[in-house]
Design a protein around this ligand. Structure first.
Ligand SMILES: Nc1ncnc2c1ncn2[C@@H]1O[C@H](COP(=O)(O)OP(=O)(O)OP(=O)(O)O)[C@@H](O)[C@H]1O
Length: 548
C-alpha cells in the first residue's frame, strides 16, 4: 500500500514547495517587521514610512500564497485517500472467491471505514503536518539566526529531545493501535450481524440481551481508545514541558544580551517570535510523529487481509469447453483431513444437460464450487477440454460460464442494468431472455418497463422475480456452460417447470443443475442424472438403491 502511495508524491511535493515558500516569506516579513520596530524606537520616521510601505506590499503577497498552500494541501489529502481506497478495492477484487467467502467480510468493511479513517488521521494528515511544521520551523530558526547564530543550537536540542521522547513510547502505542483495529473488526462484524438480524431480534424480544452485548463490546473499544490517548498525552505532556523550559531559557539569554547592549529590542522580539515559530511546529511534529509510528501495525494488518493464501499458477488466457468438462480422481475437503468428495470421476459432455441430486450436506454445492473454480481439488484434475481447469485464468473461465444461485444479488439500479450487468445488449436480446425467464409480464405490466428502479438488494421485487432476473442474466450472457444451484427454490412449481424447460431447450449449451426438486416429466430431458452421496458421484437411478 505504501508503494501505491508513492504516486501521491507529486501532489505532496507541490504542497511542500508552496508551504516552504509561505513559511520563508512569513519569516522574511517578520524580520522586516522587527527592523521597522527598531526604526520606530530610534525615531527614524522618514525611513520608517518608506520601509512600512515596502513591508506592507510584501505582506500582501502572503495572501495568494496562503490560498495556494491550502488548495495544494487539500489536493494532496484527497489524492492520498483516493489512492489508498482504490488500491484496497482493487486488491479485494483480486482475492480468491473462496477465500473471500470463508472470512467474515466485516473485516473488509472495518478496514474501509475504521482503518482508513485511522490512516487518514494518523498518517496522511500528520505527514503533511510534519512538512508544514518543518517549513515554519526553518523560518523560525532563520529568524533567530539573523539575531544571534549561537541561539540556533538551542532549537536543535529541542528537536533531539522531542524525537527521543517519541521513539521511547512508540512501541506501546503501536501495540495498542493494532489491538484497537482488531477490536473494531469484531465490533463491525457484530454491528453488521445485529442489523441483519433486526427482525429475529424484534420477534423474539432479544433487545435487552443485544443491548448488553453491544454495551460490553462498545466499552472495550472505547477503553482501548482511552489507553492510546492516555499514552499519547504522556508524550505530549513531556514534550510541552521540555519546550516551555527551552523557550524560557532562550528568552532569558536574549534579554540578557539586549541588556548587555549585544542586540536591539527588535532583535529580542524577533527571537521570541522565532521561538514561537519553532515551538508551534515542534508541538505539531511531536504529535504527528508518534501517530505515524502507530500506523505500521494497521498497514501490515490491512495487507494481510488482502493476501491470497492459496495461489496456483494460472497461465492460460483463452479457454474453450471443447468436448466438455471431466472430473478425474478428484478429492476435496474444506479441511484436508475431512474430505467431502473422494476420488470422484465424472464427465459432462458439451451441449448436454445434467441434473445433480442428493441428500442435504452430501456435497452437491461443493461439486459445483469446484466446477465454478472457487476452489481447486486437493487431488485429481478437472479438465476443461484438454486443459486442466486449475491452470486457466479465472477471468478467462468466468467468461465461459454463467452461474445461477438460490441467493440473488440485485444492484440498486434499473432493471435493465440488473439484467445486462452493465454490458451492451440489444432490446431484442433482452426481451428474448426475459421471455425465456418468465419475466415478460413483469416488465410489460410496469409503466417504466426495463427502466424501472430496483432498490436495496431487490426489496421492491419478490423472491421469485429475483430468481427469474438471475436466470435472464445468465441467458443474456449466452455462456457455453450454465451452472445452477437450487436456482428455482423461490419459484412456484409451475413457473419452475416452465423455466427449466426453456433452459433444457437451449441448444449447444451445457447445463449442470444442482437441485432438491426433481420434476418427473423433465427427467427424460436430462442426458444424465447424478447423485452426490457418501463422498461419491453416482449415476442415478441406476445405482440409486445401492447409494441410498
Ligand atoms: N465453506 C465451507 N467450509 C467448511 N465446510 C463447508 C463449507 N461449505 C460446506 N461445508 C460442508 O461441506 C459439506 C457439503 O456441503 P454442501 O453445501 O456441498 O452440501 P449440499 O449437498 O449442497 O447440501 P444442501 O443440499 O443442504 O445445500 C457439508 O457437511 C457442509 O457442512
Amino acid at each position: 500500500m505504501l508503494k501505491r502511495l508513492t504516486k501521491v508524491w507529486p501532489y505532496l511535493l507541490m504542497a511542500v514547495g508552496f508551504t516552504l515558500v509561505l513559511g520563508l516569506l512569513e519569516g522574511y516579513v517578520m524580520i522586516q517587521l522587527m527592523g521597522l520596530f527598531d526604526l520606530a524606537l530610534g525615531k527614524q520616521m522618514e525611513q520608517f514610512t518608506t520601509e512600512s510601505m515596502r513591508v506592507m506590499r510584501l505582506a500582501l503577497t502572503l495572501v495568494p500564497i496562503a490560498i495556494i498552500v491550502t488548495c495544494t494541501k487539500n489536493l494532496y489529502k484527497r489524492k492520498a485517500n483516493e489512492l489508498m481506497k482504490d488500491y484496497y478495492l482493487e486488491k479485494v477484487y483480486a482475492k480468491n472467491i473462496s477465500e473471500f467467502y470463508s472470512e467474515n467480510n466485516a473485516k473488509y468493511l472495518s478496514a474501509l471505514t475504521n482503518d482508513f479513517n485511522t490512516l487518514e488521521q494518523k498518517f496522511i494528515n500528520p505527514v503533511y503536518s510534519i512538512i508544514d511544521g518543518g517549513a515554519v520551523f526553518i523560518a523560525g530558526m532563520w529568524m533567530i539566526f539573523t539575531v544571534n547564530p549561537k541561539l540556533v543550537s538551542l532549537g536543535l536540542v529541542l528537536v533531539v529531545i522531542n524525537t527521543g521522547l517519541t521513539f521511547l513510547l512508540q512501541k506501546p502505542i503501536t501495540k495498542q493501535t493494532t489491538a484497537r483495529s482488531d477490536l473494531f473488526e469484531g465490533y463491525t462484524g457484530y454491528i453488521k450481524e445485529v442489523l441483519s438480524a433486526f427482525h429475529i431480534i424484534r420477534n423474539n424480544n432479544l433487545q435487552e440481551r443485544i443491548q448488553n452485548n453491544f454495551d460490553e463490546k462498545s466499552e472495550t473499544v472505547q477503553h482501548r481508545g482511552y489507553l492510546i490517548d492516555r499514552l499519547l498525552s504522556y508524550v505530549y505532556c513531556m514534550q510541552n514541558t521540555v519546550s516551555n523550559f527551552m523557550i524560557l531559557g532562550v528568552m532569558g539569554v536574549a534579554g540578557y544580551l539586549a541588556l548587555q547592549g549585544e542586540g536591539t529590542i527588535g532583535g529580542v522580539l524577533l527571537i521570541v517570535e522565532g521561538m514561537f515559530r519553532i515551538l508551534g511546529p515542534m508541538m505539531m511534529i511531536s504529535e504527528a510523529m508518534p501517530q505515524i509510528a502507530t500506523v505500521g501495525g494497521i498497514i501490515k494488518k490491512i495487507e494481510a487481509t488482502l493476501t491470497n493464501h492459496e495461489e496456483t499458477k494460472e497461465e492460460i488466457e483463452h479457454c474453450e469447453l471443447g468436448k466438455g468438462i471431466s472430473i478425474e480422481g478428484v478429492s476435496f475437503g474444506y479441511e484436508k483431513e475431512q474430505l467431502i468428495l473422494e476420488d470422484v470421476n465424472v464427465a459432462f459432455r458439451t451441449g448436454e444437460k445434467y441434473l445433480i441430486i442428493g441428500p442435504s450436506g452430501g456435497g452437491k454445492s461443493t461439486l459445483l464450487k469446484l466446477l465454478r473454480k472457487y476452489f481447486n481439488p486437493i487431488e485429481g484434475t478437472i479438465w476443461m477440454g484438454d486443459t486442466p481447469l486449475s491452470s486457466i485464468k479465472k477471468e478467462a473461465y468466468f467468461k465461459q460460464i454463467s452461474n445461477i444461485d438460490q441467493k440473488v444479488f440485485i444492484f440498486e439500479d434499473t432493471l435493465r442494468n440488473n439484467l445486462t450487468l452493465y454490458k451492451t445488449y440489444t432490446d431484442e436480446e433482452i426481451l428474448e431472455a426475459l421471455e425465456k425467464a418468465g419475466l415478460a409480464d413483469f416488465v410489460n405490466n410496469h409503466p417504466d418497463g426495463l427502466e424501472r428502479m430496483l432498490y436495496d438488494d431487490g426489496k421492491n421485487v419478490s423472491g421469485g422475480e429475483k430468481s427469474r432476473i438471475a436466470i435472464a442474466r445468465a441467458l443474456l450472457e449466452k455462456a457455453d456452460l450454465i451452472l445452477l444451484d437450487e436456482a428455482f427454490s423461490a419459484l412456484d412449481p409451475a413457473k419452475a417447470k416452465e423455466i427449466e424447460k426453456s433452459l433444457l431447450d437451449l441448444e449447444g449449451v451445457t447445463i449442470i443443475h444442482v437441485t432438491h426438486v426433481l420434476f418427473k416429466e423433465h427427467e427424460k430431458d436430462y442426458n444424465e442424472i447424478y447423485m452426490v452421496k457418501n463422498k461419491q458421484v453416482y449415476p442415478y437411478p441406476k445405482h440409486a438403491k445401492q447409494a441410498s
